[in-house]
Design a protein around this ligand. Structure first.
Ligand code: UTP
Length: 278
């Protein structure tokens, strides 16, 4: 079956980004020219997906407004580019009733997805080149769930969902187990789940069986652990760039890296930074 739909959870609190996120969703925080969530929708679009469900919640209304066709009198080319994408894709919204964790948020996609594999993209994470496109290619070969991972320093494993796995071909691993935020001394590897997934619809049953885990939240990693006992799952080592805009340092790094590489402002920014270093 083809991957034709994407789900973007964007209902989290964003406490690590406070006070920036006190009165605006973290998914609307700008990275150079656009809010984070626009990069995520563009990634789904550039991966061939035309049906997108965004899971929102309390305080997230600005996300819906952002994806209306623009009616500004003098739109710049960023606005017209987005309008073109909006002509081709349908964006649906559903509200998570309580912020009970990522696993709980994904549960709200069940009726939208029905019975097909789907792409899941965290709304506060951006990747270059589009990680979802690469994951879909791996899905076509293995026809089961695939999770993107990246290598992280060992001392940071306790911040991520980590996979235990064995390599089956270059950059593709068969998953043996998944652990949410392990301690350094109990971690099976340093391969961390980075926020991009292709999941089979069996995940919904697994979420229903998942009890609250770390942080008393319904963890998606715990639901995937159940899924892994029922069907084969693979990890794909993504070698591109990933920024977790949910933390301030990564957000600032993303702004600097994208700004210095930007067609419009790159040269001026590089010169500005060079002078700062003196
Ligand atoms: P995070 O793990 O970054 O949690 O969520 P958070 O609550 O958003 O942020 P902090 O920890 O308070 O700073 C990862 C992704 O899952 C979504 C978030 O919007 C983000 O895209 N999420 C998380 C939900 O949709 N619902 C939830 O209940 C929790």
């Amino acid at each position: 079956m083809k991957v034709e739909k994407a789900v973007i959870p964007a209902a989290g609190y964003g406490t690590r980004m406070l006070p920036i996120t006190k009165a605006q969703p973290k998914e609307m925080v700008p990275v150079v020219h656009k809010p984070v969530i626009q990069y995520v929708v563009e990634e789904a679009y550039n991966s061939g997906i035309r049906d997108v469900l965004i899971i929102t919640g309390k305080g997230k209304r600005a996300i819906e407004d952002h994806f209306d066709r623009s009616d500004v009198p003098k739109p710049n080319h960023y606005v017209t580019e987005l309008d073109k994408i909006l002509e081709e894709i349908d964006i649906f919204f559903v509200r998570q009733k309580e912020q009970k964790g990522l696993g709980d948020a994904v549960r709200y996609a069940e009726s939208f997805i029905d019975d097909e594999p789907f792409a899941l993209l965290l709304g506060d994470t951006i990747t270059f080149p589009p990680c979802t496109k690469e994951l879909i290619q791996v899905y076509r070969r293995y026809k089961t769930s695939v999770v993107a991972v990246e290598e992280v320093p060992l001392e940071k494993v306790s911040l991520y969902g980590i996979v235990a796995c064995k390599e089956v071909e270059e950059s593709v691993y068969l998953i043996e187990d998944l652990i949410e935020k392990p301690n350094v001394d109990e971690t099976p590897s340093n391969l961390a789940i980075l926020g991009r997934y292709i999941l089979t619809p069996e995940i919904f049953e697994c979420i229903k069986e998942t009890k609250p885990g770390k942080g008393n939240e319904i963890q998606l990693t715990d639901a995937m652990k159940i899924l892994n006992t029922r069907e084969r799952m693979y990890a794909y080592l993504f070698e591109g760039k990933r920024y977790d805009i949910g933390n301030k340092l990564d957000w600032l790094k993303a702004n600097i890296e994208l700004a210095i590489g930007d067609e419009e402002i790159g040269e001026t920014m590089r010169e500005f930074i060079r002078l700062l270093e003196v």
